[in-house]
Design a protein around this ligand. Structure first.
Ligand SMILES: [Zn+2]
Length: 160
């Protein structure tokens, strides 16, 4: 089998940031852009705990799917299996710069969120108590302060 494109990115030097990992064209001709929202440096910083990523998943998905400007273009938000970040899929042909402000808003929402996590009930989620809201707030704040609010060009495009 061929090595898929996302495994050809050199993870040894990868920084935290927002990267386009692929653009797919559906049979009906629509472009789907996949972003890697990298919150920790692969293999060099500790990966995020699953409970933190799960809380981020519920909050980010809720925020994005209610966003007045973007909600119709949001296809998917979810955690990476390696726990270094999240995937965002949008309908449309975009680059990372197009979503920097959207990601700042999303992570500000998570960093400031108080109250019940949406969908964190046994009826709505497959592992509803597997959540760390305090950790999600802390990691969202750190991603804002250390990455999103001072993002550089090299944190927006995967190296060739
Ligand atoms: Zn869930």
């Amino acid at each position: 089998m061929d090595k898929i494109a996302s495994f050809t990115v050199n993870h040894l030097t990868l920084q935290r940031g927002i990267y386009v990992s692929r653009k797919d064209i559906t049979p009906s001709g629509d472009v789907i852009t996949t972003f890697d929202i990298r919150m920790t440096e692969p293999n060099r910083q500790e990966a995020l705990p699953g409970e933190v990523l799960h809380a981020i998943e519920h909050l980010a998905a809720t925020y994005l799917r209610n966003h007045a400007e973007w909600r119709d273009r949001v296809v998917y938000w979810g955690p990476m299996g390696c726990r270094t970040g999240n995937y965002l899929l949008l309908s449309g042909d975009y680059d990372s710069r197009d979503v920097v402000e959207l990601m700042r808003e999303t992570f500000r929402f998570i960093a400031d969120y108080e109250g019940e996590i949406p969908g964190a009930t046994p009826r709505d989620c497959g592992n509803y108590s597997y959540m760390d809201q305090v950790g999600a707030r802390k990691e969202a704040r750190r991603f804002l302060d250390e990455v999103l609010d001072c993002i550089t060009p090299s944190q927006l495009v995967y190296p060739e």
